[in-house]
Design a protein around this ligand. Structure first.
Ligand code: PEP
Ligand code: MG
Length: 293
């Protein structure tokens, strides 16, 4: 059942000077999409896959993952779907996969670090994504990338998985491979990374820039997405991506806050991926925005 959506919500977001800003949505579970009209957005800018890995007993097999990715693509009806590879660790433990009792888990084995440590688990996800890619505009995004070597290794594993599928005569397609920019090292040296697109993860980027935990209460201004250091780094990242003609978006919670949207647009962003419930307010903030002269 699709909830009736006001015509305004389906309109593309244009700034006061007529510039188009893409608004995509973040999803954690394909079931969330029931009742959401895909016409309200420009696609899925972040599909978190962690939940899928928590749902059943053990890690989901290739068939289960393929079915989940196909469901996202079917909903999106031709719009892009950015699926993030497993981002476990830190605040997201998975028994039997993440490292127990890490003293400082946000600075330890998480995201792509864990995927590269467990290539047998990663390979299953890459195979499912390669197979789903024949169904629509899927794009693979890697979390927590800090150094260029990580993207090189992922690119290598993706090519190996594609070659294996080829030998098995299983239909597949190699989709774009992008990275999250949520570690300051990646933001500062983006020109060195082999990536087809970029999405800024402001939740982690802020915590690592400010040395202020994303879930410790009472840190107040230290977690403000409009802090000068954060905005400067975002603007730098946008400029580097644009100089390389690499598409860039932002998918952290900052993008869903209408009070923060003007600062993100001023930093140069023209694509935001936000919680489905925030789409209306974010579009309103975009429509009212005019660049400073
Ligand atoms: C982020 O860090 O901003 C992000 C989008 O990823 P997550 O919140 O899942 O860590
Ligand atoms: Mg993150």
């Amino acid at each position: 059942r699709r909830v009736a959506v006001a015509a305004a919500a389906r309109r593309p977001a244009l700034t006061a000077s007529g510039e188009r800003v893409q608004v995509m949505i973040n999803v954690a579970d394909p079931a969330e999409l029931d009742g959401i009209d895909p016409a309200i957005c420009d696609g899925i800018g972040l599909a978190r896959t962690e939940l899928m890995f928590h749902a059943g007993a053990g890690l989901p097999d290739e068939a289960a993952q393929l079915a989940a990715y196909r469901r996202l693509l079917a909903w999106a009806a031709g719009r892009p779907v950015v699926v993030r590879t497993l981002d476990a660790g830190g605040d997201k433990p998975i028994p039997g996969y993440t490292v127990d009792n890490e003293p400082n888990s946000f600075l330890g084995m998480r995201g792509v670090r864990l995927s590269l440590r467990h290539p047998e688990v990663f390979r299953v996800q890459l195979r499912a994504l390669l197979r789903a890619a024949t169904d629509g505009d899927i794009r693979i995004m890697v979390p927590m990338v800090a150094i260029p070597g990580e993207m090189q290794r992922v690119r290598g594993l993706l090519a190996e998985a594609a070659a294996a599928l080829g030998r098995e005569q299983i239909p597949h397609r190699v989709p774009p491979l992008g990275m999250m920019v949520e570690v300051p090292a990646a933001a500062l040296a983006l020109e060195h990374f082999d990536t087809d697109f970029v999405s800024i993860g402001s939740n982690d980027l802020i915590q690592y820039v400010m040395a202020a935990s994303r879930d410790a209460p009472g840190l107040g201004d230290l977690t403000d997405p409009t802090a000068p250091a954060v905005l400067k780094l975002i603007a730098m990242t946008v400029a580097t991506a644009e100089a390389r003609a690499i598409p860039i978006s932002l998918c952290g919670d900052a993008g869903g806050d209408p009070a923060v949207v003007p600062a993100l647009l001023a930093a140069g962003l023209r694509c935001l991926s936000v919680a489905p419930s925030a789409v209306g307010a974010v579009k309103q903030a975009i429509v009212g925005w005019e660049p400073a002269r």
